[in-house]
Design a protein around this ligand. Structure first.
Ligand SMILES: NC(=O)c1ccc[n+]([C@@H]2O[C@H](COP(=O)([O-])OP(=O)(O)OC[C@H]3O[C@@H](n4cnc5c(N)ncnc54)[C@H](O)[C@@H]3O)[C@@H](O)[C@H]2O)c1
Length: 332
């Protein structure tokens, strides 16, 4: 008997949706069966490229009984309503990061998918990029002992042109739109966030209505600390970090990838970019959707994980406004 195939509807034919569709089609047990974009030209061109039906109506995808799951890669401000609609139609969901722009919306999405009995997987794909996968393996192997402090610096410019990416109400600002990745990664390494203190302001990027530079400090349960330096206003970009553990420290750069560590006992190691390889990150994250939908496996990066990231970003924006530390809204 033929293996069951997950037939997936693609909700948006934008840049990220196309990456995800190609990654999904590379998997043995899944296929894009229909695509949708509000812009007819985007839907028709990508539908033709994949050789599948296309539409400009999400409702048409959700009403199709042959579609069992959807990929949601629409702009951030639409995620909550689209995911709730998909859940109510009984579709399993893979939703791009950030899961939503408020904890309240995340709770609506989790409630809708839970009550429909469908999976909610979230695209916190940074975990699957080579440097970050390798760091997690080194930490899990005890290379630097128990991690207790993480500092990540992600600096660059702002080449984004889509109108929705220029306004906080539609993209959330950089802490949601970009740093959802780094906030997720800190939590992945350090556990549950408790309190956030952040400062930030708009200094050099004048076409947006949000901060271009921020420092976010997070205290995690168990006493670990994380600091994020985020900027979309840096002429000299860079992506670096350092992790301190009870038995040593690890430093990394992403672009190009490199990792080095040194232990208090004097042992040390280094990995250069050509030693840092992993399976294709998007195919790997979409495998979780396939396993959740076809095999009933719990999503590896779940709605609750996506919610925790939104809770940290929301607390940081609130702290920047009030000048006070803000407690992170705990999981239900
Ligand atoms: N994981 C990552 O590293 C990563 C990278 C880039 C983008 N993203 C995320 O992917 C999402 C999309 O980003 P993008 O760069 O592809 O944006 P984009 O602007 O290129 O594409 C968005 C598309 O969505 C369509 N659209 C808008 N509302 C819609 C609706 N209700 N129904 C159907 N289509 C709709 C638009 O017409 C557009 O074609 C965002 O949430 C973004 O944060 C994630």
């Amino acid at each position: 008997m033929a293996e069951p195939l997950l037939n997936v509807g693609l909700l948006s034919c934008g840049n990220m949706a196309r990456v995800l569709a190609r990654a999904l089609n590379s998997l043995e047990r899944a296929r894009i069966g229909m695509v949708c974009d509000l812009v007819e030209g985007a839907a028709s061109s990508f539908g033709s490229e994949l050789g599948v039906p296309w539409t400009t109506s999400i409702e048409e995808v959700l009403a199709n009984p042959e579609i069992s799951a959807v990929i949601v890669a629409t702009p951030n401000f639409t995620h909550a309503d689209v995911v709730v609609q998909a859940a109510q139609a009984g579709k399993h969901v893979f939703c791009e990061k950030p899961l939503a722009l408020s904890v309240a919306d995340c709770d609506r999405m989790i409630a809708a998918t839970d009550s429909a009995g469908v999976a909610l997987c979230v695209g916190q794909v940074l975990r699957y990029y080579p440097v970050f996968t390798q760091i997690k393996s080194l930490l899990d192997a005890g290379t630097i002992g128990q991690p207790f402090a993480v500092r990540i610096s992600r600096l660059g410019g702002w080449g984004e042109t889509q109108p929705w990416r220029q306004r906080r109400e539609s993209c959330g600002g950089p802490l949601f739109e970009i740093n959802a990745h780094e906030l997720d990664y800190m939590r992945y390494l350090l556990g549950e966030p408790e309190v956030v203190y952040a400062t930030g302001s708009q200094l050099v990027q004048h076409g947006v209505d949000f901060e271009d530079t921020a420092f976010v400090s997070v205290r995690f349960a168990g006493g670990a600390h994380g600091v994020l330096h985020s900027s979309i206003g840096a002429a000299l970009g860079g992506y670096t970090g350092i992790i301190q553990g009870t038995e040593g420290s690890l430093a990394f750069t992403n672009w190009p990838g490199s990792i080095q560590w040194k232990r208090f006992d004097g042992n040390s190691g280094r990995l250069a970019s050509d030693e840092l390889t992993t399976p294709e990150p998007h195919a790997r994250e979409l495998t979780h959707l396939v396993e959740a939908a076809l095999d009933g496996v719990a999503p590896v990066i779940s709605g609750r994980d996506g919610r925790a990231v939104v809770a940290m970003a929301e607390a940081a924006v609130s702290s920047m406004a009030s000048g006070q530390p803000v407690s992170v809204t705990p999981h239900r």
